[in-house]
Design a binder for this molecule. Structure first.
Ligand code: SF4
Length: 92
């Protein structure tokens, strides 16, 4: 079964994929919002997603998960794909 990548919003792609949800994702603030904001089109705004992440109590867990799973797309832990790559380079 594939691992769930985001809290399940009924009817969303995540819902269709199904799977295991890590414990921290149950407390994810983005589970109560529009998931599309976290996966903007190329060049689209990340502002709304980052604003939500800033208030999320599992931001650290989320970022750690994204870095550990080499998540390439979307906003995770308040960081964009490019910002996560930068962070990884700095840590190497
Ligand atoms: S930090 Fe952002 S992307 Fe991660 S769980 Fe919280 S709201 Fe969702």
């Amino acid at each position: 079964m594939p691992e769930q990548r985001r809290p399940v919003v009924p009817g969303s792609v995540a819902d269709l994929l199904g799977g295991v949800v890590p414990e921290w994702q149950e407390r994810a603030l983005c589970s109560q919002t529009d998931p599309d904001a976290f996966f903007p089109e190329k060049g689209g705004s990340t502002r709304e997603a980052k604003r939500i992440c800033a208030r999320c109590e599992v931001k650290a867990e989320c970022l750690e998960y994204a870095l550990g799973h080499e998540e390439r797309f979307g906003i995770w832990g308040g960081l964009s794909e490019r910002e996560r790559r930068k962070l990884k380079r700095r840590a190497a």
